[in-house]
Design a protein. Structure first.
Lengths: 94, 166
């Protein structure tokens, strides 16, 4: 029991670090959307999987000031229907 | 004159060392996993707080993205050592209460529900997160209660409480 009390916390640390490395690349909650002019859109990870609003992003600078106007995010390069979003405000991107 | 106190003989008290070890193992696993997840994917955690409907703010996001994982690792270390374990349980309880307040804020006061991004636990909805947090809070309280250690029966003065912290 004495050895176990020493080994168990160490085991928990190792297991937790291993688990976090194993799952760190999973980005299932975010989806890949595309913004910009049709045909030459750029990909971006956004929190827009469902909702009644249109998915928008707003680029901001280091002082949190908006750069340009909000941009709609689409599911692919050519679609004209933006992704749905739960948020009424644009998703801030730095 | 000295008073002797009966030794608790219930199932929980007989096996309390085992239960404390299990609770400690669970919290170390939970906090270290959560901390490394945030540190390895720091920008995502920062962006989540930055875009949070009830927190936001660049300073808050910057502070939280370092403070939260560091606090989680320190608490895990505290729980690892037997001498500091009860302090670790108290700190875990405090952090869990803070996070539960945030989840309640998201669920009941937020204009919309953001994603609950972050590792395996991201699979949970906000409601499931709230239940998970409540279970963890109860577990932390149980850990604190079990960590009370009775003094040796024949060495306790009459005017002293029967139990003290470990």
């Amino acid at each position: 029991m004495k050895h176990l009390k020493l080994v168990l916390p160490m085991l928990a640390f190792v297991l937790a670090i291993g688990l976090s490395f194993a799952f760190v690349s999973e980005d299932e909650a975010l989806v890949t959307g595309y913004y910009g002019p049709s045909g030459s859109r750029l990909p971006i990870q956004v929190d827009c999987d469902s909702g009644i609003n249109e998915c928008e992003i707003q680029f901001v600078d280091e002082n949190d000031q908006p750069i340009g106007s909000p941009l709609l995010v689409y599911p692919d390069q050519t679609s004209m229907t933006p992704l749905p979003s739960p948020s009424e405000v644009p998703y801030k991107v730095h | 004159m000295e008073t002797t106190y009966p030794t608790p003989t219930s199932f929980w008290h007989k096996n309390k060392d085992i239960f404390i070890e299990i609770i400690a193992f669970f919290f170390i696993l939970l906090f270290v996993y959560a901390a490394f997840n945030k540190l390895l994917d720091g920008h995502k955690f920062y962006d989540n707080i930055r875009n949070s409907p009830i927190m936001g703010g660049r300073t808050v996001a910057s502070l939280a993205s370092w403070f939260v994982p560091m606090a989680e690792i320190i608490i895990a270390f505290f729980i690892s050592w037997r001498r500091t374990r009860i302090k670790g349980f108290y700190a875990a309880l405090g952090l869990l209460l803070l996070f539960t307040t945030y989840v309640v804020g998201i669920l009941f006061f937020s204009p919309y529900l953001p994603c609950s991004c972050g590792g395996v636990i991201s699979q949970l909805t906000w409601n499931q997160h709230l239940i998970f947090n409540i279970v963890c809070i109860l577990l932390a309280v149980w850990g604190i209660v079990l960590s009370y250690r009775p003094r040796k029966p024949n060495t306790i003065p009459e005017d002293t409480a029967p139990y003290e912290y470990q």
